[in-house]
Design a protein around this ligand. Structure first.
Ligand SMILES: [Zn+2]
Ligand SMILES: [Zn+2]
Length: 177
């Protein structure tokens, strides 16, 4: 077990250094490193090292989350179980375009209102139910009134859904249009 962990840590360190050496923007490097460590806890120190200490790294991580919709969670964005300064890319997928650009304060307020559970009747998925053979992996926020139809980032216009029911809502919406 211990040897396994050492091998994994060594591998991760190699990956970090390989990406660090590449040309390209800080954003590209951060995203590549996150996508090679889906579901793993990554420290701010690693990200700072990856960005060669450029101070912009924290802002770039925030942009990946809020503008590009990568589900990078932190303690301040609704994953209370994480330590301060830890980042996790929950799944290798981007949020639907209209569900991006939700400020963290609104995100947290919606999650709290919904008790960190999928609001779909008969679902109620929450993180403690995470299991390898269940396709439900994460909670996402969905605009009831779609952004492109002028739906707003108001708490009343947002609901918490697991990834499975979120996909389902979008399929149904497309059919209805
Ligand atoms: Zn949505
Ligand atoms: Zn659900």
């Amino acid at each position: 077990m211990r040897a396994d962990q050492d091998r994994q840590a060594a591998h991760r360190w190699n990956v970090l250094n390989e990406i660090r050496k590449k040309r390209g923007s800080v954003t590209d490097k951060l995203l590549e490193y996150f996508r090679k460590n889906v579901g793993q806890e990554i420290s701010g120190e690693e990200l700072k090292y990856l960005a060669k200490d450029k101070k912009e790294w924290a802002r770039r991580v925030r942009e990946l989350r809020t503008e590009q919709g990568w589900p990078i969670v932190t303690k301040n964005s609704g994953r209370d179980d994480l330590a301060v300064g830890v980042y996790v890319l929950e799944e290798d997928r981007q949020a639907f375009e209209h569900d991006r650009s939700i400020p963290d304060s609104i995100r947290v307020a919606v999650l709290q209102r919904d008790s960190f559970k999928c609001v779909e009747p008969n679902c109620g998925w929450h993180r403690a139910m995470l299991s390898p053979d269940d396709p439900r992996k994460m909670l996402e926020l969905h605009h009831i009134q779609h952004h492109r139809h002028r739906g707003e980032n108001a708490i009343d216009n947002l609901v918490t859904l697991c990834n499975v029911h979120h996909d389902e809502r979008h399929r149904n919406t497309r059919r209805a249009l």
